[in-house]
Write a new protein. Structure first.
Length: 86
């Protein structure tokens, strides 16, 4: 005796299964690299979506500005220490 929930999940699993009983799996999406792998829906759209490109550009800008600021702070600190010591 299977409950109603079990039959629903079994029907969903069967509807997701291919005719040769292999389920379609997107391995990069399963591993959590959704931003690194190009997304596609029904094998029509290939390449990155606009949202993913905007997020990637914003993250690169934040990382670049952090690198510039820390480099500036370190150079000022090193110059002042150099002047004090010698």
């Amino acid at each position: 005796m299977s409950t109603n929930k079990q039959t629903i999940t079994r029907r969903l699993w069967l509807s997701n299964a291919k005719p040769n009983n292999q389920r379609t799996t997107n391995i990069p999406r399963m591993l959590g690299f959704a931003l690194l792998s190009p997304t596609y829906s029904n094998n029509r759209q290939r390449g990155f979506t606009l949202i993913e490109l905007v997020v990637a550009i914003v993250l690169l800008g934040i990382i670049g500005s952090m690198v510039i600021v820390t480099d500036h702070i370190n150079s000022r600190y090193l110059l002042s220490a150099y002047r004090l010591n010698f």
